[in-house]
Design a protein around this ligand. Structure first.
Ligand SMILES: [Zn+2]
Length: 228
């Protein structure tokens, strides 16, 4: 029996396969980060850039990360963050921050945002001292952030504005004004940490390095900030 499907079904089928694989990867990572205590309740959000042009798959808003299913994800525009499929779930409330990063870094393939306790504590301490960044020096783990950051890495701390688009706008402005190599991670005071990379694995590794560095810095009271 010959297929009645139009020839255009081929790319659609591959899109479906890709979206399903990405949905599985996002949900499995959400479960993993939830079990570590980094995505309590519904907090945190994850996204991955898909191969076809201008598309990102991001976790849906308001769902428990410990029980997220592969279909609890939303296809959005990598330019606007708007859902691309009519009737889809609401994308993460922090989608605009993800989009700011995809726009700032064309090679960014995935963004991981979680409420990791040590990094959040360090960012909050910096903010309370009126400082806008945290710097780590000498720790071996700095090398995990990439070659330019062998000895020292400086990480911006953004205020946790109640309006998420305002945070996203500051993220966008910060990287538009940055020169040279920037750390592939950022902090939001009293809120959490965000890491990005070529893919979900690299972004997750970087989040782990940031959390481990923050833990170490707090243990040795060596968190260098802009007033030191
Ligand atoms: Zn958050």
């Amino acid at each position: 029996m010959t297929s009645t499907l139009p020839i255009t079904s081929a790319p659609l089928a591959s899109d479906y396969t890709q979206d399903t694989a990405a949905g599985i990867a996002l949900s499995e990572l959400a479960h993993d980060l939830y079990r570590r205590g980094w995505m309590a309740g519904t907090s945190g959000n994850l996204s991955v850039r898909l191969a076809r042009e201008d598309t990102v798959l991001i976790t849906a808003s308001g769902l428990g990360k410990g029980r997220l299913s592969p279909s609890d994800t939303v296809l959005v525009s990598a330019t606007t963050g708007e859902p691309l499929v009519a009737g889809s779930a609401r994308p993460s409330a922090e989608t605009s921050i993800h989009i700011a990063l995809y726009q700032a870094f064309p090679d960014c393939g995935a963004v991981v945002h979680a409420h990791t306790p040590y990094a959040t504590a360090l960012a909050s301490r910096a903010a309370r001292a009126g400082e806008r960044w945290v710097r780590f020096t000498d720790f071996e783990l700095i090398k995990g952030m990439g070659r330019p950051f062998v000895d020292t890495i400086t990480i911006p701390v953004f205020p946790n504005w109640p309006e998420v688009p305002r945070i996203a706008a500051e993220v966008k402005d910060h990287y538009a004004a940055s020169e040279g190599d920037t750390a592939p991670v950022l902090l939001i005071a009293h809120h959490g940490a965000t890491a990005w990379g070529a893919n979900l694995a690299e972004a997750t590794d970087r989040l782990e390095y940031l959390e481990a560095l923050s833990h170490l810095a707090l243990l040795v009271e060596d968190a260098r900030t802009s007033n030191h």
